[in-house]
Design a protein around this ligand. Structure first.
Ligand code: UDP
Ligand code: MG
Length: 314
């Protein structure tokens, strides 16, 4: 019996790239038949362009094409999570539909799966596709998170990765957080891990859907999810403030003893502004954690499936 390979592709308004993606990927996947059978699982993340129609057509022509359509846009990560949930394969590869993740890498990944690796992360060699600013902020972010968190993240790991059956089961059962960082989970669950370098290509067509705002939210949430250190900031700030207070007190007593009446309107204003600034920042950080707690407590679905194609109804 052939083993089954599931290729999970998240699609959000990719009408310009889909056909090309399908053609290239199918060609590579057909080359594997004999040892590995495959399914090509597209997650339509609430596309508003012609993507749905193109996918439907592909699924009619090719039974190996499977579609899970969301009721609205839930985001790239939700799409990958849904893909892992629905995939039936012994190995699951997650990739983008814009051909930035080259399908030619698939045989290499399959090779690693055969060697028994459970988690295979694809590492970008150089990212010429992203701007200078994006590269700088991205390395700064990884430097920070690696300092603050127990888990070590690979700065160049991408959303291009593969997991074996065991790792996939863990992701399905135990990593259902609402505020999350899927790439981080994949890197933190352990098992036999391999990395494969690859060259990210420019987007085949269309535009990146990640705005600066989205990336910022993403970075903040990841920091909060993988580190408790910001919460402890309050304690550290308190200690600093206390030391500061003692110094000012000694100084005040000294001036009072020497010159009589203590003065220092300016000092008071500066101190109060400084202390309050610190206080509000810390309250804000606690607020962020409460927001995450609240999201988990509400336990809303990570995604909602409206329709599927070539998949038996569950
Ligand atoms: N994507 C998605 N939902 C979204 C945004 C993007 O499924 O809300 C998909 C998109 O179709 C693509 C992949 O996620 O296949 C990566 O998105 P994009 O290329 O815009 O990100 P970038 O490569 O610039 O990081
Ligand atoms: Mg892309």
């Amino acid at each position: 019996m052939d083993k089954l390979l599931s290729v999970v592709v998240s699609v959000y308004n990719e009408e310009l790239a889909l056909r090309e993606y399908y053609a290239e990927t199918t060609e590579v996947l057909r080359g594997l038949v004999g040892t590995w059978d495959y399914e090509l699982l597209f997650i339509n993340d609430g596309s508003t362009d012609g993507s749905a129609a193109i996918l439907k057509k592909l699924a009619e022509e090719d039974r190996k094409v499977k579609i899970v359509s969301f009721s609205r846009n839930f985001g790239h990560e939700a799409a990958m999570i849904a893909g892992i949930d629905y995939a039936k394969g012994d190995g699951i590869i997650c990739m983008d539909a814009d051909l930035q993740h080259p399908p030619e890498c698939i045989p290499q990944i399959v090779g690693k799966l055969e060697e028994g690796y459970e988690v295979i992360t694809m590492v970008r060699m150089h990212n010429r596709t992203a701007g200078v600013l994006k590269n700088i902020t991205s390395s700064a972010f990884y430097a920070l998170i690696n300092r603050l968190s127990d888990v070590q993240f690979d700065a160049n790991a991408s959303d291009f990765f593969a997991v074996g059956r065991e790792a996939a089961d863990i992701l399905r059962k135990n990593y259902r957080e609402k505020v999350r960082f899927l790439r981080g989970y994949v890197q933190s669950i352990g098992f036999a891990r391999a990395t494969i370098p690859y060259e990210a290509k420019p987007r085949f067509a269309g535009e990146s859907k990640y705005s600066i705002h989205k990336l910022f939210t993403f970075a903040v949430n990841t920091l909060l999810c993988f580190s408790d250190l910001p919460l402890r900031l309050g304690i550290y700030a308190g200690i600093v403030a206390a030391l500061f207070g003692i110094i000012v007190m000694v100084y005040t007593i000294y001036t009072w003893a020497r010159y009589g009446a203590p003065s220092g309107y300016a000092t008071i204003v500066v101190l109060i502004s400084f202390m309050f600034a610190m206080l509000f920042v810390i309250v804000g950080i606690i607020g962020e954690y409460i927001a995450i707690l609240f999201a988990e407590l509400k336990d809303r679905p990570v995604y909602i499936v409206a329709d599927t194609e070539n998949i038996e109804k569950r």
